[in-house]
Design a protein around this ligand. Structure first.
Ligand code: FMN
Length: 311
């Protein structure tokens, strides 16, 4: 980070980057400037589930709560709750591609009908007593042809930042991020813009920062699951890149999940999910990691992890 200061955020990932995970990552590695909660669902009953409340209470600095809502009134309610909890920014999810989400016209489902998107944002930005609102968006629904049109809609509102994941909803996470779609949307925006998508190595980051000279903020999700020290490495700090450090981090995560979750099976499930991404960083250990992902008990899991990480 010799030339200018870049901000790196840890992307929200439902089912993975919950409060326990974020706390352990921040303590053991860090290197990211802020974390986002996985989406909090604002429904018409105007009550968060206990599990969701624990994501944002007590107030945590450097945490941006994210909300998903099909009805703007529900978003406004949730943003009010988060303001009262002390948050000065709330992020609106306009990117989740899952079928159950988009059929309810939320997440990326709101990118399908641009008139409706307009009305939705009109209603939210009519409110004047809300925290700052940022948006995390994809660049289209079926394809990226509407990236510029969506950008023009966003430009009409006092959005504090747009985080762009340049894929259409229909692509889910397949193919490559479309840098042109990113630029087509970004050129219409007057607010700050953040790039998100497929940063897995320091080289990926270096390349993107050259391609996107006006961007100072990058968000990383799966790359940081695969290599929890990636943000540090991007910032030129390499000392946390070894296997012993990774083993330590995974042990602390195991212990913390064991306090939070009701069964060993649930803890094992969480850890095995992480190993899916860790394999990206250790492709040469594919066979051994496959065995870890098939382990049937905590004891078997721990033995296999020692075998992979302690030599
Ligand atoms: C398992 C999983 C869960 C996710 N959950 C969320 C979420 O709750 N909110 C959100 O905005 N994006 C969510 N995403 C998308 C990520 O935040 C991010 O945009 C995407 O993974 C692309 O960035 P990456 O290539 O750096 O991972 C999720 C992605 C995955 C794979």
């Amino acid at each position: 980070m010799k030339d200018k200061d870049y901000k790196i955020s840890f992307a929200p990932m439902e089912g993975i980057t919950g409060q326990t995970f974020r706390r352990v990552h921040a303590k053991m590695y860090g290197g990211v400037d802020d974390y986002y909660t996985p989406f909090l669902a604002a429904n018409k009953n105007h009550a968060f589930k206990h599990r969701e409340t624990r994501e944002f209470l007590p107030f945590t600095p450097n945490l941006i709560p994210q909300v998903i809502a099909s009805n703007p009134k529900d978003f406004v309610w949730a943003a009010g709750v988060l303001r009262d909890a002390g948050y000065s920014e709330v992020n609106l999810n306009l990117g989740c591609p899952s079928s159950t989400v988009v059929t309810k016209k939320k997440g990326a489902g709101l990118l399908r009908d641009l008139e409706q998107l307009n009305r939705y944002l009109d209603e939210i930005f009519e409110e004047d007593d809300l925290p700052k609102i940022s948006i995390k968006t994809r660049t289209g629904y079926e394809n990226n042809d509407n990236a510029a049109a969506i950008g023009k809609i966003y430009a009409k509102y006092p959005i504090c930042e747009v985080i762009i994941h340049p894929r259409a909803r229909e692509e889910f996470y397949n193919g490559m991020p479309d840098i042109n779609a990113f630029l087509n949307m970004a050129e219409h925006l007057t607010c700050p813009v953040c790039y998100n998508g497929d940063i897995r190595t320091v080289q990926d980051f270096e390349r993107l920062k050259e391609d996107l000279k006006d961007v100072n903020h990058f968000m990383i999700g799966r790359g940081l699951l695969a290599d929890p020290g990636l943000a540090l490495a991007i910032k030129g700090i390499d000392e946390k890149q070894d296997k012993a450090m990774l083993h330590n981090y995974l042990s602390v995560l195991w212990d913390e999940y064991s306090k939070e979750l009701s069964s060993e099976r649930a803890v094992l499930f969480k850890m095995k999910e992480l190993w899916y991404y860790l394999e990206w960083h250790y492709p040469m250990l594919k066979k051994e990691i496959n065995a870890i992902r098939k382990s049937k008990s905590g004891a078997e899991y721990q033995t296999l992890v020692v075998r992979v990480l302690d030599n």
